[in-house]
Write a protein that binds this ligand. Sequence first.
Ligand code: MG
Ligand code: ZN
Length: 236
Amino acid sequence: MKVPVVKEILKANDRVADENRSRFDAAGVRVVNVMASPGAGKTSLILATAARLRGLRPGVIEGDVASSLDAETIAAHDIPVVQINTGGSCHLDAPMVQAALPHLPLQEIDLLFIENVGNLICPASYALGADLALVIGSVPEGHDKPYKYPGIFAKADVVLLNKADLVDVFAFDAEYFARGVRMVNPEVPIFIVSCRSGEGLEEWTAWLHQWLGAGAADEALAAAVAETAAAEVGPE
Ligand code: MG
Ligand code: ZN
C-alpha cells in the first residue's frame, strides 16, 4: 500500500499555482515571491524597490503567521496590499494566494510582491504562481546561511544580501556567502544592498527592470518599461 500524502498535497498546490499564474498573466501582472528569514528586511526591500519602479504600479500580498503589522506599513505608502494570516503555517501556499486575489485590484498592478512567511526552509517547496523567486539574506544572520539552507538558495532566480551597512560590525564575509550561494546556484545574480544606506538598490532595481522588460507579459508593460528606461537616459 502506498502512502503518497505529501506528494499529493504538493501536486494539488501546483495545480492552484498554475491557476494563479493564469490569472496574473491575464491581468498583465508580474509576480515576485519574496523569501527570507524573519528580520532579513523583506518589507523594507519591497518598499525600497516599489519606490524605484519608475512608473510601474506595485502591489503586495503579505504573508505572516499572525498580525497585519507589515501590511499596515505597506498600506501607509498607498500601495494596494492584502494580508494573509496563515494561522500558524510557516509558509504560504498557492490556495492562500488564490484566496487573497479577489481583494487586490490586479488590473491596477504591474508588479506584485508576495512577501512569504519568514522562513528559509519550506517556502521554497510551495509554488505560488510567481514569475521570479527572490531570496534575501541579511548580514546579521551570518555568512553561513547558504551552506545551512541550500535548498532555498538553489531555487532563487535572484539573491539579495541586505543590511550591507553592517558588514564591518558583524565581520561578515560576503565572498564566503556568495561562494555558498554559487555552490548550489552557479549563475544566480547576487546583489549586495542596504535599505538603510541605499547602497546597491540602483543596481538591483536596474536588473529588475531589465528582467521585467525581457519577460514582459503584455505589451503595455513592455512599453512602460521602455518609456521609463528612455526617461532615465534622457535629458538631464
Ligand atoms: Mg516583513
Ligand atoms: Zn512551512
